[in-house]
Design a protein around this ligand. Sequence first.
Ligand code: PCA
Length: 201
Amino acid sequence: MKVLITAFEPFRGDAQNSSQLVLESLPERVGEVEVVKCVLPVAFAHASEEAIAAIERVRPQAVVCLGQASTRACVNLERIAVNMAHANNPDNAGAKPCRQPVVAGGPDGIFCKLPVDDLAQAVRAAGYPCAVSNTAGLYVCNTLYYSLLHRYADVLPVLFVHLPYAHQQAAAKPAATPSMAVASMSDAIAALLAAISAAER
Ligand code: PCA
């Protein structure tokens, strides 16, 4: 099974993005899963465009999108994307949408088609803290997730995963900032890929 894994470049003044660090540390193959990697810009107008171009080029059997969420303390599997794009801070291209639809006329929300609760359990069983989240926010990550869930509906499983800061990022933040080791997040994503490939078999 071929899985496209996307991550995001750094944004909002951070020098690194934990999702990109994790993507770079993932092996090219996890069991039966061939991993194809792609880094996306933190830009409302371009992230999904570039992801769709990668999907059309790679023709994967599943897509896992990774993003950084500074308030999360563990690996978070996102259950739903909502049809709203809103930014309190401009994206890397300077865009700052105010409560705009991601897809005009689209449904308010779209659920992930994969069994997120079972997948989270599989990641925990592998020894890594993992939870299901019921909001991916309203920023670029949610826009990417909504765009892909809307476009690929039943033809291609797509899952968005929010990751905490890596330890080396959190070390430069206030003391209680949650973080995980890149190696642990990478192993957790490997366990997730194994579970997705088992679920899709
Ligand atoms: N996190 C942001 C956008 C890029 C990223 O890594 C988000 O949660 O929307």
